[in-house]
Design a protein around this ligand. Structure first.
Ligand SMILES: Cc1ncc(COP(=O)(O)O)c(C=O)c1O
Length: 480
């Protein structure tokens, strides 16, 4: 044990010097991310094969470890911070959030109880009320931060199950009780079905409602499915509407779905994981029309609100039901403040909770609501511009509406059978992705392969979108 490496930790002076070195490295990485291949070129197993099989017996200097980050980790990353990242839902890690994560790691606060992290708990409540205002959601909603939308939706649907009269699932379990049914469109995210698996509803307990030609849930078909299920002895209990579906960002008709839920006495959960952010732009606020009637709503600042993974928010009008579903307090977690302040562990599965509110707070403050709206507005403008290029080129076609910042399109390959056209579209996508300059992902619509260009990275500029379009056109020409 050297004086620089005492048993507890590295010396403070070492930390200070290394922190400067690491921050310099991060600043260079962010500035130069654009020159790295956005999609990693490593093959499966390649990174693991480069790493030692066992941990080092003696301490290694942080400078050596950072050198290995550069040598081994960096080439093995697909760079979500690259401005040419257009796959899935692009997101980003802006400077204020990186600094917030540094502080959160330093504090290592566990916001399970108010007492174990008073500032983290209260900042979470306040910053989620700021976000509620930013999105134009009604007063009185209670928000809690979760790791992901998948978890938030699981929590919401568990609360919905708890709210079924006479069931008392929490105490008695589901076995031998009512056969529950819940509903979502067949374009809803797989996290809804997964919640069904976890909650004992089963995959068959989720009824997938058909969509119209703009990929929006058919509210009349929802009403019919509920009636049919009731007649067959099932107990309908919840509907998940999606505003911003994963494939096309279509918006289910929430006002009509809310009507059905009110009439039928069902819990309405709205998944706005991606699109909810758009409500921060005054002229786009109508995306959340009808959501004031939802029992719960999830929005992911880690998708399109410039907060890095992981930060998902579950808002609810009925926090007492969520709490009733999840609160379980052993003696060792009781505190004198229990009656005076919320303990956020009571609103979900996890006991330990990271201090995630800090990064949302810092991003909202460092950009301001106008700065957030300006960035979102620019992404929407870029998506419309890209769409106009696709529409103007006879070799391509747009295949879904573009309500926000994602464009669904494909190359036509006239005269080719559908399967061959699909194969060539996949080859087209692979060719663009192999360029290292842009990264797109795909989906399937009406049984056909479709490419998606999703804009959402804070560093994406018009020139990056233009370059992706050039690459697509070149590759389409090569593929005939
Ligand atoms: C509409 C929608 N809901 C939920 C999710 C799941 O998000 P998370 O990764 O936060 O669980 C996604 C992911 O893309 C999504 O598109």
């Amino acid at each position: 044990v050297s004086p620089d490496q005492p048993l507890g930790d590295v010396a403070v002076e070492v930390f200070r010097a290394e922190a400067h070195r690491f921050v310099d490295w991060i600043a260079r990485y962010l500035a130069e991310a654009e020159r790295l291949p956005v999609l990693s070129r490593v093959r499966p197993g390649q990174v693991a094969a480069t790493l030692p099989k066992a941990p080092p017996a003696s301490a290694e200097p942080l400078s050596t470890i950072l050198a290995d980050v550069e040598r081994v980790v960096l080439p093995g990353l697909t760079h979500w911070n690259h401005p040419g990242f257009f796959a899935y839902f692009a997101n980003s890690s802006p400077a204020p959030a990186i600094l917030a994560e540094m502080l959160a790691a330093a504090f290592n606060a566990n916001a399970m109880l108010w007492k174990t992290a008073p500032a983290a708990t209260e900042l979470e409540l306040v910053v989620l009320d700021w976000l509620r205002q930013l999105l134009g959601l009604p007063e009185g909603l209670f928000g809690v931060i979760h790791d992901t939308a998948s978890t938030a939706t699981l929590v919401a649907l568990a609360a919905a199950r708890e709210a079924v009269p006479g069931l008392d699932v929490r105490r008695r379990g589901l076995v031998g009780q009512a056969r529950l049914r819940m509903y979502a469109s067949d374009h809803a995210h797989s996290s809804v079905e997964k919640a069904g698996i976890v909650l004992g509803i089963g995959q068959e307990g989720l009824r997938k409602i058909p969509v119209d030609d703009a990929f929006r849930m058919d509210a009349a078909a929802l009403g019919r499915a509920i009636a049919k299920d009731r007649a067959a002895g099932f107990t309908p209990f919840a509907v998940t509407a999606t505003v911003g579906t994963t494939s096309t960002t279509s918006h289910d008709p929430v006002p009509a779905i809310a009507e059905v839920c009110a009439r039928e006495g069902l819990w309405l959960h709205v998944d706005t994981a991606y699109a909810g952010a758009a409500a921060a732009v005054p002229e786009l606020r109508s995306v959340l029309e009808g959501c004031e009637r939802a029992d719960s709503l999830v929005v992911n600042p880690h998708k399109w609100l410039f907060v890095p993974l992981d930060l998902s928010v579950l808002y609810t009008r009925r926090p007492e039901v969520v709490r009733g579903a999840f609160s379980l307090v052993p003696d060792y977690l009781r505190t004198p403040e229990d009656a005076l302040a919320p303990n956020l562990m009571d609103y979900g599965v996890a006991l330990g909770r990271r201090f995630r509110a800090l990064k949302l707070w810092m991003v909202l403050r460092a950009f301001g609501t106008e700065g957030i709206a300006a960035r979102l507005r620019e992404h929407v403008r870029l998506a419309r511009l890209f769409r106009s290029w696709v529409e103007a080129d006879a070799a391509f076609e747009v295949v879904a509406p573009t309500p926000l910042s994602v464009v669904c399109f494909r190359a036509r390959f006239p005269g080719q059978p559908a399967e061959e056209a699909d194969r060539r579209n996949e080859a087209l996508m692979d060719a663009v992705n192999e360029s290292g300059e842009a990264y797109l992902s795909h989906t399937r619509l009406a049984g056909r392969t479709v490419l998606r260009l999703a804009i959402g990275n804070i560093r994406t500029e018009e020139r990056h979108v233009r370059r992706a379009w050039e690459l697509l056109r070149e590759a389409a020409r090569r593929l005939g």
